[in-house]
Design a binder for this molecule. Structure first.
Ligand SMILES: Cc1cc2nc3c(=O)[nH]c(=O)nc-3n(C[C@H](O)[C@H](O)[C@H](O)COP(=O)(O)OP(=O)(O)OC[C@H]3O[C@@H](n4cnc5c(N)ncnc54)[C@H](O)[C@@H]3O)c2cc1C
Length: 406
């Protein structure tokens, strides 16, 4: 009799996966799909743990791009022009970009459909409680069970952070002090009795709303002449409550002179902070616990856009995993991180100046150049030409404070 067979098993072997993703939201699902597209799941197993698989329509995502990154956009969810923030009666075309909108429920269904049928990909409704790396294997404890994985991607850190790499260290150590804000928005999907909306153009920012002690603007997405999302957004230290937005939305609708009905509401907030800025360009190929999504710096601090960035990052990450090379991060160039910190500082210290900064930006620059700048694809010369037309003393004061960390 062999030695092994005389030993009684003391505990049941844990289920093991090659890869696991914690959180099947935007970044988790983009990564799972990218790993499948890169051929990784033809041989390796991938498990997704999501605590709330029934979340459905928990948000809507918009992005501008030259080509859609999501194949299921309906025609009424694509715009080729914007209303100008400083002159809402004027429309500017944004070619070569278009502005796209997708409901989260449609994105989740698309991802589910794409991943279904791959027997190496599994999903479970489970709340991940702890993640620990022990002797080269990652142990994951969920509300339902425990499993192990060779590598885990975290879009949401579990409550018990013991055993996790410190997020600060993962991101690359201490970063320049930066004031933080909250971007909060409260919108209503509205159906009108008569056709009133101009479907040719979306409104990203419209500042003819009371500013209060935050920078506030209206955001309007016209899906048809009778249906639109009308949203109040605030960059401030406190979250907008659902009721704060109603009077502003009512005023806007009153000017359109039509009866209307509210059919949906979206109220949420996201951090505007350089705290999640990734300072490392690469991670060693054998890193076993990798943050992705919001904790890894997916949200651009001054805009809150992340959907397109998470998709692009997922493709780069999957390519590196397939090639077995060092892993890329969501590192951003130093100067773009600085621009974000300067604007955040101004918005924190002088919230009443936000309106004039954004209006001046759109008045003095081509919208396409602003979109390129927000995508962090402009040249230094283009950035100088942008800042030279803005409120220079304000930015110089913010720069001085940033340099001397005041
Ligand atoms: C209402 C709203 C609207 C937005 N609109 C836009 C937009 O128009 N354009 C844009 O570019 N960005 C937008 N954003 C910002 C950003 O794109 C989203 O926040 C995006 O969802 C971030 O992706 P993520 O993967 O980091 O987080 P999420 O998509 O939130 O995914 C994290 C997932 O982890 C799950 N989870 C959390 N804890 C656990 C746990 N312990 N165990 C298991 N699962 C867990 C959550 O349920 C969730 O599904 C918006 C954000 C919000 C909140």
């Amino acid at each position: 009799m062999s030695k092994e067979s005389t030993i009684a098993p003391t505990e049941k072997a844990l289920q093991h996966y090659d890869y696991a993703i914690v959180g099947a939201g935007a970044s988790g699902l983009w990564l799972a799909m990218a790993m499948q597209d890169a051929g990784i799941t033809a041989e390796k197993t991938l498990h997704l743990s999501e605590r709330d698989p029934a979340k459905g329509d928990d948000r809507t995502w918009c992005y501008w791009a030259k080509a859609p990154i999501f194949p299921g956009h309906k025609q009424e969810e694509i715009w080729e022009a914007f209303k100008r923030p400083d002159a809402p009666e004027r429309t500017v075309h944004i070619a070569p970009y278009r502005y796209f909108h997708v409901r989260s429920s449609e994105f989740y269904a698309y991802a589910e459909n794409k991943l279904a049928g791959n027997s190496r990909i599994t999903r479970a409704a489970e709340d991940v409680q702890s993640v620990r790396e022990i002797e080269g294997t990652v142990h994951v404890k969920t509300s339902e069970r425990e499993y192990t994985a060779s590598r885990v991607f975290l879009s949401a850190p579990p409550k018990d952070r013991t055993g996790l790499p410190e997020l600060r260290d993962f991101l690359g150590g201490p970063r320049p002090e930066s004031p933080g804000l909250i971007q909060s928005f409260s919108g209503r999907r509205i159906k009108t009795e008569v056709p009133v909306f101009d479907t040719a153009a979306a409104t990203l920012m419209r500042f003819d709303v009371p500013q209060g002690d935050s920078t506030r603007f209206l955001y309007v997405l016209p899906f048809s002449e009778r249906e639109a999302l009308v949203e109040l957004t605030a960059f401030g230290s406190e979250c907008l409550a659902s009721d704060d937005a109603l009077p502003v939305i009512r005023d806007f609708m009153q000017n359109l002179d039509t009866g209307y009905q509210i059919i949906e509401e979206e109220t949420a907030s996201i951090p505007m902070s350089a705290r999640f800025d990734m300072l490392r360009k690469r991670l060693p190929a054998d890193t076993r616990i990798v943050y992705i999504g919001t904790p890894a710096g997916a949200l651009k601090p001054t805009t809150g856009y992340a959907f397109k960035r998470t998709e692009a990052y997922a493709r780069r990450l999957a390519a590196a995993l397939a090639a077995g090379t060092d892993l890329p991060t969501m590192h951003r160039k130093r100067r773009f991180r600085l621009y974000d910190r300067l604007l955040l500082r101004i918005l924190v210290e002088k919230p009443h100046r936000g309106k004039e900064i954004f209006e001046r930006l759109f008045k003095t620059q081509k919208t396409v150049k602003i979109l390129k700048f927000l995508d962090e694809e402009t040249s230094l010369a283009e950035e100088i030409s942008i800042f030279s037309r803005l409120q220079i003393p304000l930015f110089l004061e913010a720069l001085t404070k940033d340099l001397f960390r005041r």
